[in-house]
Each structure stands twice: as structure tokens, then as C-alpha cells.
Design a protein around this ligand. Structure first.
Ligand code: SAH
Length: 260
């Protein structure tokens, strides 16, 4: 395994550890394909624990086919004959629902629910429950939940396929762990130079701008401050700094010839 792959594995293990106390509970699922597709949706996001309450048909070849490589989750799936047993040990139960219910209980948008589940309930066992394909969660099942969670949709067509609802939930949980969309993944060969190298570059840049008379020493204005902001934002690596310094040296030499 190369270094990058080892780092990825390590950080994936950290993500998986933070998601490890979350269980996805599918209730009375009719279509085994949805169970397989849910396992796949979970595994790609780093979720591991699938619990099934009285599925209509499981285990089933259709579930395995739809799991497409996530069959380890299916093999480890825990079967229950009641929701109560599936919720055993969980201190937070989130119920997912397509319909906004007129029940006096908190209903949260998915993103906020994922964030609060991971921040306020760190380390506790959390169950996220998904209803049957046609009927959704029954009132009895909803009464077991601390909170209802809704995926915002077109109000005239608000019912997601079960496994797609699992996918969106799993994605938001993952985002809540890794810190959201603001994280960009740096290329593996990119190591920004240190502050000392940046300083030498700025000194060289300033000298060059004076040599070519772009910068007026009597009236420098905020040119260097702007240049600093630009290049600090770019966070160049060693190769890029070498190129930039080379360009500056060539510019100075050309300007010198010109002056002579
Ligand atoms: N008519 C049902 C739809 C069931 S879809 C209902 O109103 O709930 C099967 C399951 O997928 C739902 O029980 C729920 O767990 C999940 N689901 C589908 N659409 C969803 C949405 N917009 N928000 C949250 N969960 C949803």
C-alpha cells in the first residue's frame, strides 16, 4: 500500500469509527432489492450496521444482487421480530418520513438532524428508522421516535424510494463527520512550501517589480500586500515556487540587458 492509500485507509477508519454507533433500521420492507440497495447506500458512506424488522423476504438473491459488493453488510444484518428489539440500547431514535405529519413532535430537516445526532449524541447508540415502502412509518412506530426527520423535496411529489432515502441520510451523516462540503481534497503530491520560502519569494518578487519599474518605491501603494494575499491563497509547493523564482530571475536578466 502506498502512503496516500495508507492515509486514506486511516482516515476512513476514523470516519467509520464515528459512524459506528449508528444503526439503520428498515421496518417491514416489502422489496428485497431495497434491502440490498440500502446496504450498498450505507457501505459507500461508511455506515455498517443494518437492522431489519420483519422483512417480507430476506435473505434473498435479489437483495444480494442489489447490494453489489455490500453483501458483507447483508450477512451481518440483524433480524428482529419487533421494532422494540431493534431499538434496544439506543438513546436516540430518528424516524424518517416523507409526509410532514400534523403530530405535535419535533420534525427536523435531514442536515440538521445528522449534525445534531453526531455532535450532541457522540458515542451513544442511535437508530434511524425507515418505514415500509407503501405505507411509511405507522403512528405506533412514530411514537417510538424522539424526532422525525424529513428530506426536503418537491411538496407535490415527496416520497423517495426507500433505499434512496437511506442514501441521502447516509450521505448527510458522512458529511456531518467529515465537516461538510468545504473540505477539498488536496492532491497527494502537493506539499506547500514553508513560511521562510514564501518570504524569500516575496523579497525576490518585490525586487523584480522594482527592477522592471512596475513598482514605484516612492509610491508602493498596497502592491506587495496584494501580491502576498494572492500567492498565500495559492499556497504553492516547491516545484511551483521554483518555477516562479525562475520566472523572476529570467525577468530580471532580461530587464538588465534592456537597461544596458
Ligand atoms: N407514503 C410513505 C412513503 C414511504 S417511502 C410516507 O409518507 O412515509 C418509504 C420510506 O422511505 C419512508 O417510510 C421513509 O422512511 C423514507 N422516505 C421516503 N421519502 C422520504 C422523505 N422525503 N423524507 C424522509 N424519509 C423519506
Amino acid at each position: 500500500m502506498n502512503l496516500k492509500a495508507a492515509q486514506d485507509t486511516r482516515s476512513e477508519a476514523q470516519v467509520a469509527a464515528r459512524l459506528s454507533h449508528i444503526r439503520i433500521v428498515l421496518i417491514n420492507t416489502s422489496h428485497p432489492g431495497n434491502i440490498g440497495a440500502s446496504a450498498r447506500a450505507m457501505k459507500v458512506m461508511g455506515l455498517q450496521h443494518l437492522h431489519l424488522v420483519t422483512p417480507k423476504n430476506f435473505p434473498c438473491a435479489e437483495a444480494t444482487a442489489m447490494a453489489s459488493g455490500a453483501d458483507d453488510l447483508l450477512e451481518r444484518a440483524v433480524l428482529h421480530d419487533s421494532l422494540e428489539s431493534a431499538l434496544d440500547g439506543c438513546s436516540l431514535v430518528l424516524g424518517t418520513s416523507a409526509r410532514m405529519r400534523s403530530l405535535p413532535m419535533p420534525q427536523m430537516d435531514l442536515r440538521s438532524a445528522a449534525k445534531s445526532a453526531l455532535s450532541e449524541h457522540e458515542g451513544q447508540h442511535i437508530a434511524i428508522i425507515f418505514g415500509q415502502e407503501r405505507a411509511g412509518l405507522t403512528n405506533d412506530e412514530i411514537h417510538r421516535c424522539h424526532q422525525l426527520v424529513h428530506v426536503d423535496t418537491n411538496p407535490d411529489y415527496s416520497s423517495l424510494n426507500l433505499s434512496q432515502a437511506v442514501q441521502v441520510m447516509a450521505y448527510e451523516l458522512r458529511m456531518a463527520v467529515i465537516g461538510g462540503a468545504g473540505n477539498t481534497i488536496a492532491p497527494s503530491d502537493w506539499v506547500p512550501v514553508d513560511a521562510g520560502q514564501m518570504e524569500m519569494f516575496f523579497v525576490h518578487l518585490e525586487q523584480t517589480l522594482l527592477d522592471i519599474k512596475f513598482m514605484n518605491p516612492e509610491q508602493p501603494k498596497r502592491l506587495m500586500a496584494r501580491m502576498r494575499r494572492l500567492f498565500n491563497r495559492a499556497r504553492p509547493d516547491q516545484n511551483e515556487i521554483n518555477i516562479l523564482r525562475g520566472i523572476l530571475t529570467a525577468t530580471q536578466q532580461t530587464a538588465q540587458k534592456h537597461d544596458n
